[in-house]
Ligand binder design. Structure first.
Ligand code: LMR
Length: 396
């Protein structure tokens, strides 16, 4: 039976990790996978996470099953983090949240739930989008189509193209949006553009699925959720997938959330029962450790305040890196305009070079980024930026 299998190529993002690890160059730079790194190139555990883990270790007295929903306290805190406690979807009891194995788990659960609503549903994703979105949705039986998003030539948003495409979407289709820190382009909608997109969603009647993997990495926790909260005020039904991998630095703990917003409290209960039965057939119940850390932090005023400080530190460093690489490229005689990098947001930007130039950076300079020229800005540091800018200048 296994003899019929075809070997699959390495994942375009995760495959880079293995190559980077094997590289023996002392100058190597990892701009591949979306993982925050500090100035020393290390992905350290946040201090608030360490404290929460210590607290849990002393307090936890059972490892009994939590059930398909995961931790109730985490679900409540995660929902409030996404929407605020005062948002009408909470006060009207229209939202139901489950803990999931990471943001990817949330997306897969959402996709299975959509298939339970209607088989072969079409989902529209931005062109481009996170490399894993398409495979993940197809694996759950959805048909994937794209709407225009990034204008590669002008390094900006193709907003007119996007809006015109969304007007043609069928009312029983799903449209995926990135809440903030668009992966891979770093190009986000401004508040005015969100308003227009929400108006189109309301008029056309499609169901938005919002992926928020980087809340707090763009402009701030509330600023990054602006469009999502506006959308929840504009439509009757919506799905949100969020992740604690980046903003809590809990990557390997796999903790995220899937929230379903329904028109009424009663329809939310029905949708929730379907969601739980979908989960039961996938992984039965989510792991508990990551959720326990997050809920401990968000349930403590002191730890929450510390988390805000640590999150801001990560955000500020990434934003500082955006200016840093642009300045260094100029310093190294590059005349091409890279200032668009400072107008983008979150972990990524496209450098805008060819796949051959990306390959040369890897082969000749041990600099690793995704073939599309997506760079993880967090991998830039004061210690490597000169070498990086010089190397880019050489391949241009
Ligand atoms: C990325 O886009 O690099 C991250 O979201 C990690 C991943 O799983 O691809």
């Amino acid at each position: 039976m296994f003899g019929n299998l075809q070997a699959q190529p390495a994942d375009p993002i995760l495959g880079l990790l293995a190559k980077y690890k094997e590289d023996t160059s002392v100058q190597k730079i990892d701009l591949g996978v979306g993982v925050y790194k500090n100035e020393a190139g290390h992905t350290a555990i946040l201090d608030c996470v360490k404290k929460a883990e210590k607290f849990r270790l002393d307090k936890e007295d059972t490892k009994v099953y939590l059930g398909p929903t995961g931790s109730e306290l985490f679900n409540k805190k995660a929902t409030e983090l996404i929407f605020t406690a005062e948002h009408q979807v909470l006060t009207n009891n229209r939202v139901r949240t489950v803990s999931t194995p990471g943001g990817t788990g949330a997306l897969r659960v959402a996709a299975e739930f959509i298939t339970s609503c209607k088989a072969n549903t079409t989902i529209w994703v931005s062109d481009p989008t996170w490399a894993n979105h398409t495979g993940l949705f197809k694996a759950a039986g959805l048909t994937v189509k794209t709407y225009p998003y990034y204008d590669y030539e002008n390094k900006s948003l193709d907003f007119d193209g996007m809006l015109n495409a969304l007007k043609e979407v069928a009312s029983d289709d799903i449209v995926l949006f990135h809440a903030c820190c668009h992966n891979p382009s770093g190009m986000d909608l401004n508040n005015e553009q969100w308003q227009q997109v929400c108006d189109v969603a309301k008029t056309v009647g499609f169901t938005p699925l919002i992926d928020m993997a980087y809340q707090g990495f763009g402009q701030g926790l509330d600023e990054d959720a602006y469009g999502l909260r506006l959308m929840a005020d504009s439509v009757n039904e919506m799905i949100v997938c969020s992740s604690c991998s980046k903003n809590f630095g809990l990557y390997r703990e796999r903790i995220g959330a899937c929230s379903i917003i329904a028109e009424t409290s009663l329809s939310a209960d029905i949708a929730f029962s379907v969601l739980l039965s979908d989960i039961r057939c996938i992984y039965s119940m989510p792991p508990a450790h990551g959720a326990a850390i997050v809920e401990t932090i968000l349930d403590s005023t002191e730890l929450t305040a510390q988390w805000h400080v640590e999150l801001k530190e990560m955000r500020d460093r990434i934003n500082g890196n955006r200016q840093l690489i642009v300045d260094k490229l100029i310093e190294n005689g590059v005349t091409r305009d890279f200032s668009f990098i400072t107008r983008q947001s979150g972990m990524f930007s496209f450098l805008g070079i060819t796949p051959e130039q990306v390959q040369r950076l890897q082969d000749e300079f041990s600099i690793y980024m995704v073939g599309s020229s997506r760079m993880s800005i967090a991998g830039i540091a004061n210690s490597n930026v000169d070498y990086l800018a010089k190397s880019i200048a050489k391949v241009l």
